[in-house]
Ligand binder design. Sequence first.
Ligand SMILES: [Zn+2]
Length: 390
Amino acid sequence: MMIKTIRVMLIPNNKQKTKLFQYANTARFAYNWALGREQENYKNGGKFISDGDLRKEFTQLKKTDEYVWLKSVSNNVTKQAIKDACIAYKNFFKGKSKYPRFKSKKKTRPSFYQDNVKIKFTNTHVKFESFSSSKKRNKAKLNWVRLAEHGRVPTDIDIKYMNPRVTFDGIHWWISVGIECPDNEEIPMNDGIGIDLGIKDLAICSDDHTYKNIHKSKTIKKLEKRKRRLQRSISRKYENNKKGESYCKTSNIIKREKELLKVNHRLTNIRKNYLHQTTSEIVNRKPRFICIEDLNVKGMMKNRHLSKAVQQQGFFEFKRQIEYKCKNNNIQMVIADRFYPSSKLCSCCGTIKKDLKLSDRIYKCDCGNVIDRDFQASINLRRYGEQFAF
Ligand SMILES: [Zn+2]
């Protein structure tokens, strides 16, 4: 069995938004409380307190007047938060992770867990536990939050939802949930594909498919422009409102910063979606293997003009996606050795053209071979892959 994680945006109404924040706050409180108890206990020479014991203690806490507000949130939310804190604490002792930190209201993203048995999905909505405890139909509606994408989460009766988590990214709420999928046993039989990653085009495939560079699309250019304008205007406003040494945040700045965050989100989403589309398309052609080059070399060689970080990120994300999609589809993945001269090699006679410049878009060889440089690189990569594929 394979586990696939699905993430969908939520469209809560105002009452539901309040509930979501309340749940996240309570989860944070329970996490910090549990971590504090473990620390205190350790200082006093005690051993690790099991999460079961902590949960019992927490139930007692809820009965006191001071903490009566904890009762308005579903039990499972705090239960899991305590469990998370215990796991973080244990991992630290096993040397697996850093000393766990308390979750701060400002710095940590609001998030909480939903019970995986009680959660329910329809094509359009997700049901949360005890947003409303009323049985009246119009009040029980509060439990059902609208999903931005319809039909994305499977709703079969026998399906198991795993580790449902709800998070707020600064603008929107999201739900992510793991789903068991049967293993894919089909072995792809089509020709292997070599992929050359580039700047002018994102990916050139040896089976003659080319995927454009989305950074040059109108939508992205427009968004980038808006982003720069917002950044400039924000920093100008900060300067204008500077009081002595300290900067102050006016409501206008807050508004603009929110807008900037939105623009950045859109950019990231568009880029990521495009990469997903591209990698899925390639994998769906069912090649026996896919061969790409070592990205460390690529990054250094070609990233001179375009905004480096963004481009590089794109390459690594591309590789990450291809890698796991290959794995899910039983496609062998071959990474060419970093010294393999995929661009400089003539695909006809095997000569290596040492003085090939970055500006030479067309490769001309003495043997008579004239070919697009990047397309040839993809052909060479396919051949390279052939040596290593079963
Ligand atoms: Zn040649």
